[in-house]
Design a protein around this ligand. Structure first.
Ligand code: ZN
Length: 299
């Protein structure tokens, strides 16, 4: 399934995406089934297997043409981040691609580096990345595979880890390199408002059986900057979940972004940074394209 959150009269609503048609999940459930489904992505993820199976069943019926009048065209739908406001900080992984570790000349540790971005960093597809010109001028891009936890757990073994994944989406871990350097710890430079574009939708894990076999790319103004594969990950998704969940409960709706491949701006010669008006497109095979302009003016 492809699940998205859209803006309906200023309220976020959960929907199914079938081809280029969008179906409000709660409305479709109300029309076609006796069992109601949540209108909110986080509530739906937390509702568990029974709700997910209900939505899959509903998707099959909508595909067959039932309740066709509920469809809205994707092109006329304003998408929000699939999880517009995560309940907790987003967990991020530093230095997880072999090609990115090489370009930054950093030693690879046997243990992943975790850091966080607060929920206030999240913006949706097409939303402008705010320009904080008075705070930073070294704004960089990082295309990343985002993992959404479905089944909660602690001390999850690596072999069972992917069973805890609800689905995948795309994140851009926008990074202020000058702040990152100045404050040593990464939190500040990675956490400015709007610095985590997320979307355009969640593809459920049954449609991505191997998260290590995906092309991952990023373009700025149409020019290729990153072009790699998730097979380059030093710590694959299953190991990240196993290591992160050791002694630490992962809950439904938790977000983990899994590091970026080679091709970021600050290691280029000369270094390249985003400017107001630039267009950034992060793409992952099997998911889609997350497109965001950089705002024209200070916000
Ligand atoms: Zn990153």
């Amino acid at each position: 399934m492809r699940l998205l959150t859209y803006d309906r009269q200023d309220a976020p609503r959960l929907a199914l995406l079938l081809g280029d048609r969008v179906f409000d999940l709660a409305d479709a459930a109300a029309r076609l089934t006796a069992a109601p489904l949540p209108a909110d992505m986080l509530a739906f993820i937390a509702a568990g297997e029974e709700a997910w199976a209900g939505a899959r069943d509903l998707a099959a019926r909508l595909e067959r043409g039932e309740a066709a009048d509920l469809a809205r065209p994707l092109a006329a739908t304003k998408l929000l981040a699939p999880i517009p406001r995560p309940a907790k900080n987003i967990v991020c992984v530093g230095l997880n691609y072999a090609d990115h570790a090489r370009e930054t000349s950093q030693e690879v540790s046997p243990y992943p580096v975790f850091f966080a971005k607060p929920p206030t960093t999240v913006i949706g597809p097409e939303a402008p990345i705010p320009w904080h010109g008075a705070v930073t001028t070294h704004v960089d891009w990082e295309a990343e595979l985002a993992v959404i936890i479905g089944r909660p757990g602690r001390d999850i073994p690596e072999e069972a880890a992917l069973q805890h994944v609800f689905g995948y989406t795309i994140a851009n871990d926008v990074s202020a390199r000058d702040l990152q350097r100045r404050h040593v710890q990464w939190y500040k430079g990675k956490s400015l408002d709007g610095f985590c574009p997320l979307g355009p939708w969640i593809v459920t894990s049954d449609e991505i059986p191997d998260p290590q076999a995906l092309g991952i790319r990023l373009r700025v103004n149409g020019e290729s900057k990153q072009d790699s594969r998730t097979s380059q990950m030093i710590y694959p998704v299953a190991r990240l979940i196993a290591v992160l969940s050791a002694g630490l409960t992962l809950e439904a709706g938790d977000l983990l972004i899994t590091g970026t491949p080679a091709g970021v701006g600050f290691v280029r010669q000369p270094p390249e940074y985003l400017r107001p008006g630039d267009l950034v497109e992060a793409e992952i095979e099997g998911i889609g394209v997350l497109r965001n302009p950089v705002a024209q003016e200070e916000q």
